[in-house]
Design a protein around this ligand. Structure first.
Ligand SMILES: Cc1cc2nc3c(=O)[nH]c(=O)nc-3n(C[C@H](O)[C@H](O)[C@H](O)COP(=O)(O)O)c2cc1C
Length: 187
């Protein structure tokens, strides 16, 4: 099973990096799988720590994909690092070992500390639509315009029926990115 999370890391100078990552779980370990090249990978190898944020604020996912990475943070409690202010829960993890790979290494991480901040309020189809659209945006160069349009048409159904203002704002950012890409790639 894969959990769509926001991973925060920092470099040796303390500069924070925020990135959506699909995290795998194996027994009590989290596995982070960054595609090379990756700032998350570089930071984790340098500091050996990361914070996995379990957030339902889909603006953070869409924002990171569209150049909006400046999200409010607070200090982590047990490791050096930062936690998103707007997260339902977070886990502070330490790198245990890496299974190296030229494309996508596997970073096995041990949880040091977990905090629940807010209750889970239920599934929402618009949040799912934004996550799927964010993944599409991260793959625009590998998809045909027809495929992008048909996927977005389907996702728009759940979005329009169930979105709140947060989901609509996130969707808007992603649609601007799609329009910009299509404009730039016109012959
Ligand atoms: C829901 C979602 C899940 C993602 N999962 C991954 C992932 O597992 N690995 C990865 O390298 N990028 C993933 N991405 C794309 C990255 O967030 C994005 O490319 C980011 O810039 C990663 O590179 P970085 O570590 O240099 O920031 C995901 C994006 C979204 C929207």
């Amino acid at each position: 099973m894969i959990f769509e999370t926001i991973v925060t890391t920092q470099n040796s100078s303390g500069e924070v990096h925020i990135a959506p990552m699909g995290i795998h779980k194996q027994d009590d370990l989290f596995i982070i799988l960054p595609f090379r090249p990756s700032t998350t990978l570089t930071n984790l190898l340098s500091t050996q720590t990361a914070i996995i944020n379990f957030s339902d604020d889909v603006r953070i996912f869409a924002g990171c994909l569209t150049g909006r990475r400046n999200w409010p943070l607070k200090m982590a409690e047990k490791v050096t690092g930062h936690v998103l202010e707007n997260t339902l829960a977070h886990s502070e993890v330490k790198l245990l070992r890496m299974e190296d790979d030229p494309v996508r290494p596997k970073l096995f991480c041990q949880t040091v500390h977990t905090v629940n901040h807010k209750p889970f309020t239920g599934f929402n189809r618009a949040q799912f639509a934004v996550l799927e659209a964010a993944i599409l945006v991260s793959r625009l160069d590998r998809l045909t315009p027809k495929k992008i349009e048909s996927e977005l048409d389907y996702l728009r159904i759940g979005l329009e029926k169930t979105a709140g203002p947060v989901e609509l704002e996130a969707w808007q950012w992603l649609m601007e990115a799609v329009a910009h890409y299509q404009q730039e790639s016109k012959p």
